[in-house]
Design a protein around this ligand. Structure first.
Ligand SMILES: Nc1ncnc2c1ncn2[C@@H]1O[C@H](COP(=O)(O)OP(=O)(O)O)[C@@H](O)[C@H]1O
Ligand SMILES: [Mg+2]
Length: 410
């Protein structure tokens, strides 16, 4: 889906203006010198690695946090929201990163939480809730979600859509979405994105936090990149590239490029032959080689590389310090932002270069193409094929993953 980059928002006066906003928690300076404007009908993507201050910044805009410095103007007046209630009153809707639906209540009750309509005798008007809920869900394309269902029985992505429906129904002037698509399926994403397109034509200003760059580049008029609490780039999607945005976010080049491997083919480290499990797996044969047989010489150096507080990196460090010969990684970067991914890829490649054999189970194609020297593709419990480096690309991987043939070598 391709959107025109601008929808005339540029001619309107700003709805929200941040001027040199700062925020510190004690001695921890989280935001510094943040200035930007957003106009009615404009969609801004707010991008940045984990912990860089995106949610804090949006909490300030939504009145949940007070800035330590700077000025904010909203709708031609000084921004002085002392509470979330005041910002809601002023037309700001914030869909938070964390899900907040109440599982034991129905979808409809969640949509009207705190404001349940009553009938003439003072009882909750369930028929009215159901009717209005249907319209609220349909408005964001979530036509299949039943308002009568207990919200706790919905998948995480569907719960997120309920929260978006609740925010959208208020017809906000400014809608803030903090990673709204992280647990949506492709079908749900496309329903959600058509809602965003419609809302912007009605003049809603939207700030959209996401880790999905393709999505941000498709839907946003501008992309703001936050790094270490400061805005380091303000870009127009049609005039930039994914690689540039990744460089903005990390200060480094894309982690998604294969950087080659040590030159020698090592001895065989693991050989599977005709493996079955009596259930899903049938006749799996696979060989994993060492690269060079060099032991890690300086464990301290490795720990330095791993510092940075990321939990996944600590788990890696622990696994590597036991000096294994074979490392099994199951979706090693699931839910990890692009910068931490780059560091994890570097660690995995370095370990492989030093003689460790690594098997990565991954459903992310860029990850497989960036990391692997050889790929075995499983399809319906069988090894559909094994690809050597020069044949590893999205097309061959997908073709094998969706292949119907049985154990055919490629
Ligand atoms: N209430 C708080 N008290 C202290 N530190 C906080 C608080 N909220 C966020 N931080 C810190 O601010 C930094 C930015 O966090 P956050 O805004 O959640 O980042 P992001 O949304 O970009 O992942 C982190 O270092 C986090 O630990
Ligand atoms: Mg956040």
């Amino acid at each position: 889906m391709t959107q025109p980059a601008s929808r005339g928002a540029g001619s309107r006066s700003p709805l929200l203006t941040l001027d040199t906003v700062e925020k510190s928690f004690g001695s921890n300076r989280v935001l510094q010198d943040v200035s930007f404007k957003i106009r009615p009908g404009e969609v801004i993507g707010l991008l940045g690695e984990n912990g860089t201050g995106k949610s804090t910044l949006m909490n300030i805009v939504a009145g949940a946090l007070t800035p330590s410095g700077g000025r904010i103007r909203y709708a031609d007046a000084e921004h002085r929201f002392g509470s979330i209630a005041e910002s809601i009153q002023a037309g700001i809707a914030f869909v938070h990163q964390e899900l907040s639906v109440i599982g034991s209540l129905s979808v409809g009750e969640n949509l009207f939480l705190g404001d349940l309509p009553r009938n003439r005798v003072g009882l909750v008007d369930f028929p009215k809730i159901r009717l209005a809920s249907r319209a609220m869900l349909d408005a964001i394309g979530a036509t299949w979600i039943d308002p009568k269902m207990p919200a706790g029985t919905l998948r995480a992505g569907e719960q997120q859509l309920v929260e978006i429906a609740r925010a959208a129904a208020r017809k906000p002037r400014l809608l803030i979405l903090d990673e709204p698509t992280s647990s949506l399926t492709p079908h749900e994403v496309s329903a959600f994105l058509s809602y965003v397109t419609r809302a912007r034509t009605e003049g809603t200003a939207i700030i959209f936090i996401t880790h999905r760059l393709e999505e941000a580049m498709t839907i946003c008029d501008r992309l703001l990149v936050l790094r270490n609490g400061a805005i380091v780039a303000d870009r127009v999607p049609g005039e930039t590239s994914k690689e540039q945005i990744i460089r903005d976010m990390t200060g480094k080049d894309s982690p998604f490029a294969y950087r080659g491997r040590a030159q020698h083919q090592g001895d065989i480290a693991l050989n599977l032959s005709g493996i079955c499990d009596g259930g899903h797996l049938e006749d799996i044969s696979l060989t994993v080689r060492k690269a060079l047989n060099v032991r890690m010489t300086d464990d301290r150096q490795l720990i330095t590389t791993l510092s940075g507080g990321n939990q996944q990196k600590v788990i890696f460090a622990r696994a590597l310090l036991s000096d294994p010969r074979l490392l099994l990684l199951d979706e090693p970067t699931h839910g990890v932002d692009v910068g931490a991914k780059s560091e994890l890829y570097e660690i995995i490649r370095n370990a492989a270069d030093q003689g460790l054999s690594v098997i990565v189970a991954s459903s992310e194609l860029p990850e497989i193409t960036a990391l692997c020297d050889r790929v075995g593709v499983l399809s319906k419990g069988r090894l559909a094929g094994v690809l050597e480096r020069d044949r590893i690309n999205d097309e061959t991987l997908l073709r094998l993953a969706f292949s119907e043939h049985e154990g055919q070598a490629c």
